[in-house]
Write a protein that binds this ligand. Sequence first.
Ligand code: NAD
Ligand code: UDP
Length: 317
Amino acid sequence: MNKALITGAAGFIGSNLCQFLLDKKMTVFAVDNFLTGNKKNLEPLINNPHFHFFAADVLDFDFFKLGKIDYVFHLASPASPVKYRAYPIETLMVNSMGTKKILDYLLKNNTASFVFASTSEVYGNPKEHPQKETYYGNVNPIGDRACYDEGKRFAETLIITYFRRFKLNLRVARIFNTYGPNMEEDDGRVICNFIYQALSNQPITVYGKGEQTRSFCYISDMINGLYLMAKTKNLAGEVINLGNPEEKKIIEVAQLIKKLTLTKSPIIFKPNYPDDPEKRKPDIKKAERLIKWRPKIRLEDGLQKTIIYFKKRYFSL
Ligand code: NAD
Ligand code: UDP
């Protein structure tokens, strides 16, 4: 039986990935300190005899006690702008020292395939559109988002340095905005905010004019991409964008969620935060070529599934 280690397992992507790997008959070791994750996300997993959960901070956890692992997914980090603004030091530390801790463990387990959850935020407010992996980005190193953007950029540099020096089997996934079941109603990211607001008949809060764009990937597509990044041979040292290129203005997303939920909630406009990227869309040719991956779920279909999940979890509908 293959063994996988997932950090950030109680979070949105982590909990979905745990379920996917258990369904693939892997033994899953999972670590989370519940900084932004939720125990509820682990309830469907916890009784599975192949699931082993450790309530711990990556910075303190003794990875060596796990022995040999086949796949490592390092996902632990606040991901919502609201959360990383609330936990800036924790965000910097888990991406820098936390990543180093896992890489040092991999020096002793050097056959494991490691996937790091990086982000489209490494491109900052991009001047190149869509964003290719070769683009260096446009990031404010002391700005409102710096703890996250620079934390992830440092992690990427560290990973590539360990790859060059020690020839470890390391891969970097640059994840673009992803959404779906197991997001929290108070997470602060746009899709869960809008759906929760719409279902509770509160105003839908668009920041700025809503002209800024994002490209949203449904969780099942993202999980598949992360799995292929871990499984595909000869991928060591590669950095690959994972995301859905279906680009939308935020105001369009608000209108679509309003239509799909049949809510009476008005759309209201609030001041935006500094350094909010004006546009974002992945170029995914590299993922298509190297891991034969392309997302399948269209935004409207993914939103329908997420709305059903939110209705059940938060409104008992
Ligand atoms: P999330 O906040 O739902 O999950 C992150 C998890 O990491 C939480 O359960 C949290 O408790 C845990 N965690 C944080 N610090 C930790 C620490 N020091 N030790 C142990 N656990 C810790 O976020 P998510 O959306 O699931 O994101 C997962 C990863 O994917 C993150 O690294 C994020 O940067 C990356 N990512 C996500 C997106 C997205 O759209 N969801 C986009 C780009 C990158
Ligand atoms: N946003 C918004 N209303 C909200 C939450 C977010 O208009 O209630 C906007 C935010 O300003 C950004 C986009 O939606 O332009 C995506 O924000 P999110 O926090 O989901 O992720 P980001 O891509 O900024 O990391």
